[in-house]
Design a protein around this ligand. Structure first.
Ligand code: 5RP
Length: 222
């Protein structure tokens, strides 16, 4: 089974998982990335069963609209049944690293509103200890150098993601060399640096369930 076949399988499993929770007035939060794209294409098949979606990026909004799914502005939504998104890494406690696609801030905002966060991954994303995937940090452009100096104090190497500007007009520093023993504490510590918008650790609000694609089928982890 290829990685794409595993992504398609988890996308289909995610639609089957959320379908019984949806009603005609439900809002579905939708993440960003290649796995989320498979999900969007599957979600389109049940678009008559819910009201609208909220997108975690401009790219996702465009793909949802291309399927005829209405996309609501986050500010007009005060409750959301479910948020479905991929991840770059996850651990046994369903803490995540996200932001490989630079959409981490909007992803975190949408996830925060949702009653349930369903994370869809293939088995290559599972780790014992987070940090092998460089941790993305979204930063206000004028603070980039100062934030990088502060981040070096955490015993890691911040690398500027050259040429990338987020949907919010900011830049990304990727933190290499971290071994993240305490994800919640590190998430808070990095977010407290002046000039940081947010970082890609989803530990304070991790996933509620992970649907993991394997060559043998989809596993549900809680
Ligand atoms: C985007 C993300 C994605 O969820 C993450 O990068 C996983 O992407 P993919 O499904 O393409 O592997 O956090 O900011």
């Amino acid at each position: 089974m290829t990685q794409d076949e595993m992504k398609l399988a988890v996308a289909q499993a995610a639609v089957a998982y959320i379908q019984p929770k949806l009603s005609r007035d439900s809002i579905v939060g939708v993440g960003t990335g290649s796995t989320a794209n498979f999900f969007i294409d599957e979600l389109a098949k049940i678009k008559s069963l819910f009201e609208a979606a909220v997108a975690s990026s401009e790219a996702t909004a465009e793909r949802l609209r291309s399927h005829g799914i209405e996309v609501y502005d986050m500010n007009s939504v005060d409750q959301m049944e479910v948020y479905v998104d991929g991840a770059d890494e996850f651990d046994g406690r369903l803490n995540l690293i996200k932001g490989g696609g630079a959409a981490l801030t909007r992803e975190k905002i949408v996830a925060d509103v949702a009653k349930e966060f369903v994370c869809i991954v293939d088995e290559t994303k599972k780790v014992d200890l987070l940090g092998g995937f460089p941790l993305p940090v979204e930063v206000i452009p004028m603070a980039r150098s100062q934030v990088a100096r502060e981040l070096v104090k955490l015993d890691c190497m911040p690398v500027y993601r050259d040429g990338v500007v987020t949907d919010n007009g900011n830049v990304i520093l990727d933190l290499h060399g971290l071994e993240i023993e305490q994800p919640e504490a590190l998430e808070t510590q990095i977010n407290n640096i002046v000039g940081v918008v947010t970082n890609g650790l989803f530990a304070r609000r991790g996933a509620n369930v992970v649907l993991m694609g394997t060559p043998e089928g989809v596993e549900t982890l809680t």
